[in-house]
Design a protein. Structure first.
Lengths: 426, 314
């Protein structure tokens, strides 16, 4: 769906100019110094339908809140920001078509917001050909692996390789060194398998068994006997609608005596931890990109972010406690939009002719301190690989809530560069 | 003017119109039409089997995927250029369709639908299984620099459009010619009354086998065309919904008509494009339109035109 947000400001500007009130009106004065008062259009490739719809809904709310904040503070280069949202159906073919629509039909300056890796990879060639800066919020390793192009960047969310790698020290020191991995048998699961196996071995641990679950599977009981008896930690990253069955059957299999269990919250994003069958998760550990529950040491930035997006202390919508957010990922939209703003201001962005300057301005970014623009935590951007790095969180389920028990350093997440996009021409 | 001449003029006129549109359409619609022509090529392939031979396959995504991965893997790991990789893609699609046909043609009707659906599902899972090479569901990108033929940059919008037009025109003219010769008449005979065709002395199995191979190979050519023109190879294109799409496009445009596949693909593309601009429930709008068309234009758009006004339409 195409939605135009924040258009009221443009209307106000026009009205103010017509009335000769431009200099006097406080709202208009904020944009008065701009050479053009036309809005900066950001194409938002949104997963409104398809498998990514739960993420898309929350990415949408976060985007709306971030744009409101940016516009309230005067917009970008004195111009208001307008979001042009278009559903990609979580489909790579439609994703590429949507980018063409942004560039050639809607007149967008940049595109942003894609989560699912296959949509990112399917759309990125179009971004490169259209010379449309494409800011993805996907956590896939596709950008940093060098697979994509100079116009595709991921400055607002860390990638799966750094996330997985950063978990290994904590797992081996606190939970155990003999790990059995259970993961879906497609690319997302294979990334976890490969990166975690290497990372835990580097910590002196070992993966005893890698259990790949076919994507069409709906019952998991037959896989559990493959878990070796001397397993100290089970590492799971199951995703999709079958995850509740997975957890329930795992609980039935082990009963009260179980090894330590560590998982990625991707399994349970937008899922209420109080859902029936999830009691078994009590006492288990999760990676969280951003702690879903407001913690005791909550920062003022997280408090501000929650209020702006409309998320309560339990990570659910303030208007519906059953509507649980995708809190571990959606901050990426907020932070990416602030980076687009910072990049456009650094490049003195005026229009599509300045797109290359915008890319160079973002490539030049390095450390991003924690703040209202970066509520999840401090970040370090690598301009060569177009990928940001940042702290990761590990939480434990206690009394049905996720309680933060560890915060990694940014250094834990770093790995050698695999590409230098800055050597590619525009 | 004979019907054959009229048909030839129609097809050549359509190709000429599409050629002219390359230079007059705004860039957004030029890009869309390039995509539509590649997808319409897929629909033309599907129409050979469904529209002319009367065999309803629910597994054509495997042929589209065979072409897509045949070309993609040949370029990615074999280091082949576009033309040799395209030949590899055609061979992959032809071999796969021959093997599937040998087995699936032992069934008829609903069983044929189910067997083709199962084969396609096996094909989809095979792509995921060999994730080390195919990158599974994520897929992979074909580098922009590799997408060239003799210095012609296929990523440049007009060149890409013209390449899509060449692909579409070849498929259109081949199938149109096929239906003018006796082979095509036998296929229609099989569709209308298989027993009678057999009684008349035609080898029905060989004709159906040839139809599956031609249909699968054209579908594979479309898959390869999509990969090279749009730079992406992914498992989504081998999933069941991409088996359903050509059925929809052909039904909408008119099964058993030469230009129906293009009309159906065009209609469906813009229906989704425009309705998604109105509401998130655009699939509901698409669904209602499809139901209305099924109720009031059962032969598809071109099929109804042929029935009501232009009886000679091929």
């Amino acid at each position: 769906m195409t939605r135009k947000l924040m258009t009221n400001r443009r209307t106000v500007l026009k009205g103010a100019a017509a009335g000769g009130l431009l200099a006097a009106a406080p709202l208009a004065a904020r944009f008065a110094s701009a050479q053009s008062s036309a809005p900066i259009k950001i194409g938002f490739q949104q997963h409104s339908t398809g498998i990514g719809a739960a993420y898309g809904r929350w990415y949408g709310r976060t985007t709306e809140a971030a744009v409101k904040m940016i516009n309230d503070a005067g917009g970008i280069n004195g111009r208001p920001v307008e979001i042009v949202a278009e559903d990609d159906g979580t489909d790579p073919k439609r994703g590429a078509e949507v980018l063409e629509k942004f560039a050639n039909q809607s007149g967008c300056d940049v595109a942003f917001g894609t989560l699912f890796s296959h949509v990112v990879i399917g759309s990125a060639p179009a971004a490169g050909e259209l010379k449309l800066p494409y800011f993805v919020v996907s956590e896939g390793h596709h950008v940093a692996s060098g697979m994509l192009n100079r116009y595709t960047l991921q400055p607002g969310i860390t990638d799966v390789k750094s996330q997985v790698q950063a978990m290994a020290p904590y797992v081996s020191e606190n939970l155990g060194k003999k790990v059995t991995m259970i993961y879906p048998d497609f690319a997302f699961g294979h990334d976890h398998r490969d990166y975690f196996t290497a990372a835990i071995e580097a910590q002196g641990g070992e993966v005893l068994e890698q259990i790949a679950i076919p994507p069409t599977e709906t019952s998991f009981t037959k896989y559990f006997p493959k878990i070796p008896r001397d397993t100290e930690v089970i590492y799971h990253v199951m995703v999709g609608p079958a995850v509740l069955t997975f957890v329930k059957e795992l609980g039935e299999f082990f009963g009260p005596s179980r090894p330590e269990i560590f998982g990625f919250i991707d399994s349970l994003e937008a899922v209420d931890l109080a859902s029936p069958g999830l009691e078994f998760l009590e006492g288990t550990y999760f990676w969280e990109g951003n702690p879903r529950y407001a913690q005791e040491d909550q920062t003022s930035h997280d408090k501000m972010f929650r209020e702006a997006v409309g998320v309560d202390a339990n990570g659910a919508s303030v208007s519906d406690p059953k509507d649980v957010s995708t809190y571990a990922h959606m901050f990426g939209c907020w932070e990416t939009l602030h980076i687009i703003k910072a990049g456009m201001e650094a490049a003195d962005y005026q229009g599509p002719a300045d797109r290359a300057k915008l890319i160079e301005a973002v490539e030049a970014m390095t450390d991003m301190p924690e703040g209202d623009a970066h509520p999840q935590g401090p970040k370090r951007f690598n301009g060569k690989t177009h990928q940001v790095f940042g702290v990761q969180y590990i939480s434990k389920v206690e009394d049905g809530k996720l309680v933060k028990v560890h915060t990694t350093s940014i250094e834990d997440t770093l790995y050698p560069d695999e590409v230098d996009y800055t050597t590619m021409s525009f | 003017m004979s019907i054959g001449t009229r048909s030839t003029l129609l097809h050549l006129g359509l190709i000429a119109l599409l050629f002219v549109l390359a230079f007059v359409l705004p860039s957004y619609h030029q890009g869309n039409l390039a995509r539509i022509m590649v997808l319409a090529t897929y629909a033309i392939g599907y129409n050979v089997l469904f529209g002319y031979t009367g065999l309803l396959s629910l597994g054509h995504a495997m042929f589209f995927g065979a072409g897509m991965y045949g070309l993609g893997l040949a370029m990615q790991y074999g280091g082949l250029g576009v033309i040799p990789a395209f030949v590899v893609a055609l061979i992959c699609a032809a071999v796969l369709s021959a093997v599937v046909a040998m087995l699936a043609l032992r069934t008829i009707g609903v069983a044929f639908m189910i067997v083709t659906l199962m084969f396609a599902q096996a094909g989809y899972l095979t792509v995921l299984y060999f994730g080390a090479w195919t990158r599974g569901d994520e897929g992979f990108v074909i580098a922009q620099s590799a997408r060239q033929i003799a210095g012609l940059d296929l990523t440049q919008p007009t060149t890409r459009y013209l390449a899509a037009l060449v692909l579409f025109s070849a498929a259109l003219l081949i199938t149109a010619r096929m239906m003018q010769v006796s082979f095509g008449s036998v296929l229609i005979g099989v569709r209308e009354n298989e027993e009678r065709t057999r009684m008349l002395g035609y080898d029905v199995f060989r004709h159906k086998l040839a139809a599956v191979i031609i249909s699968g190979t054209i579908s594979g050519a479309a898959g390869a065309g999509y990969a090279v023109l749009f730079g992406y190879v992914g498992a989504t294109f081998t999933s069941v919904q991409y088996s359903i799409f050509p059925l929809l496009w052909v039904l909408l445009g008119g099964a058993g008509t030469t230009i129906g596949p293009l009309v159906g693909t065009l209609f469906m593309f813009y229906l989704i494009d425009y309705s998604s601009g109105l509401t998130n429930a655009y699939m509901l709008i698409a669904g209602v339109v499809l139901v209305l068309l099924t109720l009031f234009a059962r032969l598809g758009l071109v099929g109804e035109i042929r029935k009501r006004w232009v009886a000679w339409l091929p």
